[in-house]
Design a protein around this ligand. Sequence first.
Ligand SMILES: C=C(O[C@@H]1C=C(C(=O)O)C=C[C@H]1O)C(=O)O
Length: 362
Amino acid sequence: MANDSSLAELRKRIDELDDRVLELLNQRARCAQQVAEIKVAAGEADCFYRPEREAEVLQRLAANNPGPLGREAVIRFFREVMSECLALEKPLSVAFLGPAGTFTQQAAYKHFGHAIQATPLPAIDEIFRAVEGGACHYGVVPVENSTEGVITHTLDSFVRSSLIIAGEVQLRIHHHLLCKAPAALDTLTEVFSHPQSLAQCREWLDRFLPAARRTPLGSNAEAARRAAENAGTAAIAGEVAAALYGLEILERNIEDEPDNTTRFLVIGGQPVGPTGRDKTSLLLSTRNDPGALYRVIEPFARLGISMTKVESRPSRRGMWDYFFFIDVEGHQADLTVAQALAEVREQTSMMRILGSYPRALS
Ligand SMILES: C=C(O[C@@H]1C=C(C(=O)O)C=C[C@H]1O)C(=O)O
């Protein structure tokens, strides 16, 4: 009985707190609406989204969080609050590498929250075109995986496009073996998945499904759809695809590397301001001289700027001629980064800043 009364009291307290949270959330939403009015008055009516401001809000709250809620929970929660505030004015339209149920969709929701108009498109270059043509405000594309390396299609698309990078998202990728109905592993004849996912689970497949045919498909979601239609087959995909196609999870987390993570890029047309925790991506080519790449990256080392990635891709302008994709820490508006970029540019035959954007949170 004593327990019952303290339970009732706590629930009353929770109700009161919820009323206050609700009131505060609506106050916040009204403030965001007023910000939008100011933006309209300033002639910025097309898109109210400000990635640098949103990153700042999340960074500040994560740093001030006293708990017991965890950092990721706080980020996720406020991510959705901002998404809903923004959608009161005009939901962002975001193209992602579809179909529905892909990890790219998950990344789009992680970055923008769920109050967006998300459009699945079947290929990376279609996403670039949708954003370039103004059909969507932003696009989300995968760019590299910690186990399998870069997604070359995405890098190559930047060579032809004038879009810039407005953000990055990192997603821990858990692959599951999915099936229409519970089945013994040795009865499965075929496994469908995206080639990247098959590669990320290669050792597991060699060990537990050595006899099953591995069939690469355009996406994990497509693989889940095929497994749903064919008894005796399985798909490797994530939880979202399993739910979407009503599949059973036969085996969980079958990825070979426990830290398997994919990095996605947010592409758009508008430059993003600095937050103090940024990254800058470059596309450049060098003259084909001895030491050319060394001279290009030397200013970063000298000025203490950390390089987080160097990737080379054939330029398709001639044999053994390359483009380099380089990521550095910092924003192009930061003084030392600006100085380094000016020096680097002098050492290149071509250099384009693909964007400065807030570093992925958690
Ligand atoms: C409210 C603003 O506009 C949008 C909504 C934000 C929010 O809800 O906090 C933050 C940035 C913008 O995407 C703003 O620019 O401050």
